[in-house]
Structures are given as structure tokens and as C-alpha cells.
Design a protein around this ligand. Structure first.
Ligand SMILES: Nc1ncnc2c1ncn2[C@@H]1O[C@H](COP(=O)(O)OP(=O)(O)OP(=O)(O)O)[C@@H](O)[C@H]1O
Ligand SMILES: [Mg+2]
Length: 317
């Protein structure tokens, strides 16, 4: 029987199914997974999915939002402290890491972790021992690590903002969630399923989308990814329950922000093209336009970052 989280994770495009297949394989192991993807692509949902599918699912999934950890409190929050360890430590406090014992520790927004804490986290990951502040003896803690980020962590390493050793320790299995732009064939499917779910949640009738509106949704670039699509569907369910949605009902940004089409369909010149050369030139231009940012270049070409990297390698660019 499917678990709730499997029903929640929607998608049937080849891009999404590929990622989901890898996630399923990873869930059966204890391997460290680094989930990357733009904001709103479902990184947190994916972490929950991997935990729910794993043999650790009867223990806790403990999420640490690294972006919200103030540097001064981070060590105590992660590792805990004993009474009297420092001024203000009036009682013993368990760290978040310890509460994940036998379960999964999800390091969300890991790219935001202050450098000083990165060193301490690395020590824990290498040794599997949690050093509570003020305690002499470290404790063995058994956790599975999942980390997530919407930053290009490798770039952050190059810029000196993220420790290289920690990057390699976390990046054992990278899982890149495709942006909605790159799983266009999922858009109609997601609109239908999310609208049905949201209509049921609000006890309202599902609205219908006419053909033109669906096509417009497919052309829109969805910078906020599934989060934006879900919010849009919820708005439509509430405002236009049981009605037919037309282009006029779409918010302004959805009428204007679209992928520009290179003459659709692309007209092959009389003398033909050398496809390989054309591909290499387009990649080169996209990389220049995005000042070397691979994620942005991939977006300009409608590719996932890994598909772009494969092509860069292929053309030896
Ligand atoms: N495959 C999916 N099917 C259905 N809903 C999804 C899917 N992926 C994400 N969502 C929904 O989209 C919203 C955003 O997902 P989530 O918080 O996991 O994204 P995120 O990548 O962690 O975003 P951020 O980087 O901003 O933290 C949530 O409401 C989530 O339930
Ligand atoms: Mg998130």
C-alpha cells in the first residue's frame, strides 16, 4: 500500500520519475544524500519521502533549518549542553542531533551554515560522536544524514563559503530536483491533481481550465516552482470553484512571463545545420550569458544542470 507521502509527491515526467527512482534506491540504504534544486522544487518533501521509505521510519526525522541557526547558539542547539557549561546554561539540554538517534537528520539549507559550525558538524559526521558542550565523554549517535540546498554548493566551496571536506562528506549521492520549467510535461498533471486535492481540502468544486489557459500555464516559467503552482491552484479553487478558468483569470505575471520561443517551430535552414556544432555554440552562449553559473545556463537551455554538465563534457567546453 502507498504511504501518504507517496500520494503527496506528484509527477509522472521522465525527469521526475528518474529522480524518484534514485530516491527509492537511496531510501533502502543508509547513504548520505545531498538534495539540490531551486526553491519550491520539493527538497523538503523529498527528504520526508526518503525517510518514510527507509527502515528508520519508526524513529524521528529531525529537521535542522541551518539558515535559522544563529551562530552563537548553533553549537548548543545541535550538540546540546550540560547545566553550567556556560553562563546561562541553567539546565541540561539535549541537542537536536541526539534527538535524531536511530532516525534521520535533515540538514535543510545546509549552504547557510556558518563556517565555524561546519567544522563541528564535519567532526560529528566523520566520527559519529556527539560532543555535548560541557561533557567530557562523547556519545555515539546513529543517524542517517540528508542535506538540502538551493545554492550551487560547489560554487560556494570555490568562493570559500563552504568547506570542501564537508561538501564531499555530504555529496555522497547528489539528487537534483528538476525545476518545473524542466518537467513541462508534468504541468497539466500537477494542475489536475493539486486542484482535486485542494478542492477536497476546502470542500469546493474543482474548477476547469480551458485549453488556451493550460497552454499558457505550460509556457509560463514558474520561477517559484511547485510551491508557486500549488498556491496558484489553491487561489483558483477558492476564487473560481466549479467554473471554467480562462486566460483572463490568470495573474498578470502569468500572462507576461513566458519562455520566448525561437520561431516555433524552428525552421531548418535550406543548407541544414551541424547539430553538434549548434549545440556547442548555444551552450557556450548560455554560459557567457549567465556568467558561468551552470544552473542559470541550464535554465536558459531548458535542461537540468546534470544534463548541461554532460553536454559540456561531451563538447569538451
Ligand atoms: N512532487 C510534488 N508533488 C506535489 N507537491 C509538491 C511536490 N514537490 C513539492 N511540492 C509542494 O510544494 C511546496 C514546496 O515544497 P518544499 O517545501 O519541499 O520545497 P523546497 O525545495 O524545500 O523549497 P525551499 O528551497 O524554498 O525551501 C510544498 O507545499 C510541497 O508539498
Ligand atoms: Mg525547503
Amino acid at each position: 500500500m502507498k504511504t501518504q507521502i507517496e500520494y503527496d509527491m506528484l509527477g509522472q515526467s521522465a525527469e521526475f520519475e528518474g529522480v524518484q527512482r534514485t530516491a527509492k534506491i537511496m531510501a533502502a540504504t543508509d547513504v548520505t544524500v545531498l538534495i539540490q534544486g531551486e526553491s519550491g522544487t520539493g527538497k523538503e518533501l523529498m527528504a520526508k519521502y526518503i525517510h518514510a521509505q527507509s527502515k528508520r521510519n519508526s524513529a524521528s526525522l529531525v529537521t535542522i533549518n541551518c539558515a535559522a541557526l544563529p551562530e552563537a547558539l548553533a553549537e548548543s542547539e545541535l550538540f546540546g549542553h550540560v547545566k553550567g557549561a556556560f553562563t546561562g546554561a541553567t539546565c541540561d539540554q539535549h541537542g537536536r542531533i541526539k534527538s535524531a538517534h536511530n532516525g534521520t537528520l535533515f540538514l535543510d539549507e545546509v549552504g547557510e551554515l556558518p563556517l565555524s559550525i561546519q567544522a563541528k558538524l564535519l567532526r560529528f559526521l566523520e566520527e559519529g560522536e556527539c560532543q555535548t558542550i560541557g561533557q567530557t565523554k562523547a556519545e555515539k549517535i546513529n543517524v542517517r544524514i540528508i542535506a538540502a540546498t538551493n545554492r550551487d554548493l560547489f560554487k560556494e566551496v570555490e568562493k570559500g563559503n563552504f568547506r570542501e571536506d564537508l561538501f564531499y562528506r555530504l555529496n555522497v549521492v547528489p539528487l537534483e530536483l528538476p525545476s518545473l520549467r524542466n518537467r513541462q510535461s508534468d504541468i497539466t498533471y500537477l494542475i489536475n491533481h493539486l486542484s482535486a486535492q485542494l478542492a477536497a481540502k476546502h470542500c469546493l468544486n474543482v474548477p476547469r481550465y480551458n485549453m488556451q489557459t493550460i497552454e499558457q500555464c505550460q509556457r509560463y516559467t514558474w520561477p517559484g516552482n511547485i510551491r508557486e503552482l500549488k498556491n496558484f491552484c489553491e487561489r483558483m479553487v477558492i476564487l473560481l470553484s466549479g467554473k471554467t478558468i480562462t486566460i483572463d483569470n490568470l495573474p498578470l505575471e502569468m500572462k507576461t512571463n513566458q519562455k520566448t520561443k525561437v520561431s516555433d517551430p524552428y525552421i531548418l535552414p535550406e543548407g541544414g545545420v551541424i547539430l553538434e556544432k549548434l549545440e556547442a555554440q548555444l551552450i557556450d552562449q548560455a554560459m557567457n550569458k549567465s556568467h558561468g553559473n551552470q544552473s542559470k545556463a541550464a535554465r536558459l537551455l531548458g535542461l537540468t544542470r546534470s544534463a548541461l554538465l554532460y553536454r559540456i563534457k561531451k563538447h569538451a567546453l
